[in-house]
Design a protein around this ligand. Structure first.
Ligand code: PMP
Length: 367
């Protein structure tokens, strides 16, 4: 019999089986329309129901206040690296923004933003990306148009366990790799964005949640598809949206609601990540994780075998043997090497325990 595959990919990532089965059932004939969702007009009442329900479910899951708009856009997280400064940097007020750079995603966002304004990096430069310096050491600019951070650095596994205090300056957050995996008080943010392909769906759609008063200030050069005002004014239907990706995202929202909402996702995330970190901590240095314990990600756990540089031959063997056992996509990002275990919402606690047991056995056989 074929080995059951458990997908620990950093993204595009595992989707809940129930969602895939639901989509499969409706593939050829969506709700008696005789056609698939992919073939529906984005202006049809059937598709409008899909996008409206997705928004309702998301509002419900995150308790999004009424003065926030929800957008379903294209361009990925990277598109928002441009859209955020294009929409939110206020030239009249100095044209500056603060970026909290904790890893390669926030570094890329800051670099892109430099095309559009004066960007100040709040934290001292480091190539380690394993700690978040204490907030008391940050120097924020009170005249910044916004403060930007990445809630979870997917490559390095640096995750904020707190929401930065910005003393009234709008806070912008990239939640691409941890959205809906933990409680978030939306009212603390000016804007939140997230690509779908990790926790909430398949690639193609990018979620933006934005406070009303921040809409309508885009620079004249802002491309129309990135202009939040245009997109809000057209309910994300200014041009053809990624209809099928929005449909899948809507199914994921319904699945999360059925599971018990964000609270349940968070309980699972704690259980899964604790199982992996406990094993690392109890491995007498066979496995190691470079992260400061205060910012250990629940979503992406970077692991070395042996010291910080890792024992590459053993790491290679680990990935080979894991793959033979159906545990796939455990290779670390090429920029950091080693292993990385990604534990997004669709990965089950039981599946994580299968990996943990495999790791234990691997240590016994190779130490
Ligand atoms: N932000 C984070 C936290 C990411 O992990 C990624 C990579 N998926 C991006 C932004 C870039 O997203 P995209 O590939 O959708 O442009």
């Amino acid at each position: 019999s074929a080995t059951k595959i458990i997908n620990f990919s950093p993204g595009p990532a595992k989707l809940p089986e129930e969602v895939l089965e639901h989509a499969q059932k409706e593939m050829l004939n969506y709700k008696n329309t005789g056609i698939s969702v992919m073939e529906l007009s984005h202006r049809s009442s059937d598709f409008l129901k899909i996008i409206d329900q997705a928004e309702k479910d998301l509002r419900d899951l995150l308790h999004i206040p009424d003065n926030y708009k929800v957008l379903f856009l294209q361009g990925g997280g990277t598109g928002q690296f441009s859209a955020v400064p294009l929409n939110l940097i206020k030239r009249k007020e100095g044209g500056a923004a603060d970026y909290i750079v904790t890893g390669s995603r926030s570094a890329k966002a800051a670099k892109e933003a430099e095309k559009f304004g004066k960007i100040h990096r709040v934290l001292p430069k480091t190539d380690k990306n394993t700690v978040i310096p204490d907030q008391s050491q940050w120097k924020l600019n009170p005249d910044a148009s916004f403060v930007y951070y990445c809630a979870n650095e997917t490559i390095h596994g640096v995750e904020f366990q707190f929401v930065p205090e910005t003393h009234g300056v709008p806070l912008v957050c990239d939640m691409s790799s941890n959205i809906l995996s933990r409680h978030a008080d939306v009212s603390k943010f000016g804007a939140i964005f997230a690509g779908a392909q990790k926790n909430i769906g398949c690639a193609g759609v990018t979620l933006v949640i934005i406070r009303e008063d921040l809409i309508g200030h885009a620079m004249p050069m802002c491309p129309v598809i990135f202009d939040y005002k245009t997109q809000v004014g057209n309910n994300s239907l200014y041009n053809t949206p990624p209809t099928y990706s929005i449909y899948i995202m809507g199914l994921v929202f319904q699945w999360i609601r059925k599971q018990g909402g964000v609270e349940k996702m968070e309980d699972n995330a704690v259980a899964k990540s604790t199982a992996v970190y406990d094993l690392i901590d109890q491995s007498n240095g066979f496995f190691s994780c470079p992260l400061d314990t205060k910012c250990r990600s629940r979503m992406n756990v970077p692991i070395r075998i042996g010291s910080a540089e890792g024992v590459e031959t053993l790491e290679k063997k680990f990935i080979e043997e894991a793959t033979e056992n159906g545990l796939v996509s455990l290779k670390g990002h090429r920029s950091v090497g080693g292993l990385r275990v990604s534990l997004y919402n669709a990965v089950k606690v039981d599946e994580t325990l299968v990996l943990v047991n495999f790791m234990k056995k691997f240590q016994q056989e190779h130490q």
